[in-house]
Design a protein around this ligand. Structure first.
Ligand SMILES: Nc1ncnc2c1ncn2[C@@H]1O[C@H](COP(=O)(O)OP(=O)(O)OP(=O)(O)O)[C@@H](O)[C@H]1O
Ligand SMILES: [Mg+2]
Length: 219
């Protein structure tokens, strides 16, 4: 399909690689999953296929909810490859490294990320891997939040799944960005403002946090 097109590796993850390329003359990203040798080949093929499918599907769903995410160009099941729009900009992680994380602008960005996550959850999508590397800013514009990396996403209506999704985001914030407590608290404020069941999810988040503390005490 894309024979002869140059591909430049931009990220090597545990389960796949991300390349920058061209797709029908458009700037594109191709995400390729590779097999895990320790997994049974049939099971492995099944997992790879289902991740690829859910990623393509949930990016589309995200867009239907009015959130920005890359346009999907092609789900190439045969080669386990997902072609999508290349987003010109930076990750939120890169952005937060360059600014004062306690500035009004950074807190406002966190607030709007919280609202975007609430919209995703209200649409019954659980992202599954919320980190500041998996949220981008188009043209590096703080107003243009783009959700990416739906490889671990799934559909659910449960409070627990939503709370855990937020807990993952909280852990990611605290481990990636020093002194970011205020940032996450602003994110949660945005989430509660936007969510159809903000109180339910934030109460549940407190339970998830308590379990997390207990677990870390036990080692
Ligand atoms: N559509 C895109 N446009 C521009 N850059 C992208 C795009 N998709 C991914 N990237 C860049 O590549 C990085 C890795 O992509 P992604 O998060 O989708 O893969 P991953 O973390 O390796 O995947 P997984 O978590 O499913 O194993 C992102 O953090 C981002 O910097
Ligand atoms: Mg990622």
């Amino acid at each position: 399909m894309n024979e002869g097109t140059k591909e430049e590796l931009i990220s090597q993850g545990a389960e796949g690689r991300v390349y920058r390329t061209q797709f029908q003359s458009k700037d594109a990203i191709v995400k390729e999953r590779f097999s895990k040798k320790y997994r049974h080949p049939e099971l492995d093929a099944k997992i790879t296929r289902s991740r690829l499918n859910s990623e393509g599907r949930n990016i589309e769903k995200c867009r239907q909810l009015g959130l920005d995410s890359p346009a999907v160009f092609l789900v190439d099941k045969h080669n386990s490859r997902l072609y999508m729009e290349y987003i010109e900009g930076c990750t939120v992680k890169e952005h937060l490294r360059l600014v004062d994380t306690n500035s009004a602008e950074a807190l406002d960005l966190a607030l709007r990320i919280g609202k975007a996550i609430a919209t995703l959850h209200d649409g019954n999508i659980i992202h599954g891997d919320l980190t500041t590397s998996n949220i981008m800013l188009r043209e590096r514009d703080v107003q243009k939040i783009v959700m990416i990396d739906f490889g671990l996403s799934y559909i659910s209506t449960s409070l627990e799944d939503r709370a855990v999704d937020l807990y993952v985001m909280e852990r990611a914030f605290l481990s990636t960005h020093p002194n970011s407590e205020e940032l996450f608290s602003s994110l949660l404020t945005g989430y509660v403002q936007q969510s159809k069941n903000g109180k339910g999810v934030s109460d549940r988040l407190n339970q998830v946090r308590a379990r997390g503390r207990k677990k870390s005490m036990l080692g």
